[in-house]
Write a protein of this length. Structure first.
Length: 248
């Protein structure tokens, strides 16, 4: 793992860093990955880093990482939650994401982010592997989020977080994220949705109770079709039918 890059994004002294995911940083080619996203979806200064706010970037991964680095320069603490690895013939394209993690590391590190900076959680809205068909000799690095991947609602409230702004172009909330947002909502945190670049202020939304909400077996059930990785995230090769299944 490129510990230097990871700790640039998730310094050990920062409380929010305990939720950052190291999985992408184990890629051998992250040091040479190209990146700098051209055309951010909005001026990162439009959302003010107030003490009672947190942000979720539910955008294509490279775009989300680049925007998070830009927001760091305006007083936010990026928390990368992209929780998968990379391989050839991969379900979720990681090349540009790795490039942005590499390019953004010195930006975040130089931003002099305050200790009490509000978090901006970084996701990849394409984590389900758009158009991917599970087949042998491909790298299945599809992934999803669980409530355990985020701070609890009680933790958010204890830190003074009263509002969460979800930046997304998705018409509907993904089910995995609904399980997180609904728990926060039940804890008293208000959820807002903003469409990047449309010039409109965030709109408060009510997150419906998703199916299997707080079901003890939920995590096991929904992750059955995904490949876990020894790095703690997702990603593994699909073997030939005659071979035993392996992980990356």
């Amino acid at each position: 793992m490129s510990r230097e890059l990871f700790e640039a994004w998730a310094p050990p002294a920062c409380d929010w860093s305990q939720w950052a995911k190291p999985a992408p940083f184990i890629a051998k080619d992250i040091q040479s990955a190209a990146g700098r996203y051209a055309g951010l979806p909005l001026d990162p200064s439009t959302i003010k880093p107030e003490n009672d706010i947190a942000v979720i970037l539910e955008l294509p991964g490279a775009e989300a990482v680049a925007l998070a680095a830009a927001m760091a320069q305006h007083g936010f603490r990026p928390v990368p939650l992209i929780n998968t690895t990379t391989g050839s013939s991969e379900a979720v394209g990681m090349g540009t994401i790795l490039g942005e993690l590499r390019a953004g590391a010195p930006v975040v590190q130089a931003a002099a982010i305050p200790d009490d900076a509000p978090p901006v959680f970084v996701l990849d809205t394409q984590r389900e592997g758009l158009g991917y068909t599970r087949r042998p000799r491909t790298y299945d690095n599809r992934w999803m989020v669980f409530p355990q991947d985020f701070p609890s609602g009680n933790y958010m409230v204890a830190r003074g977080i009263k509002r969460v702004v979800l930046l997304t172009r998705e018409a509907n909330l993904k089910r995995d994220l609904m399980h997180v947002l609904r728990r926060w909502q039940d804890a008293g945190v208000k959820i807002y949705r903003e469409m990047p670049g449309d010039g409109q202020p965030p709109v408060e939304i009510t997150v419906p109770r998703p199916s299997q909400f707080k079901l003890g077996w939920y995590r096991f059930l929904v992750a059955m079709g995904l490949k876990k990785n020894s790095a703690g995230g997702f990603g593994g090769w699909i073997p030939e039918p005659s071979q035993s299944s392996g992980s990356g």
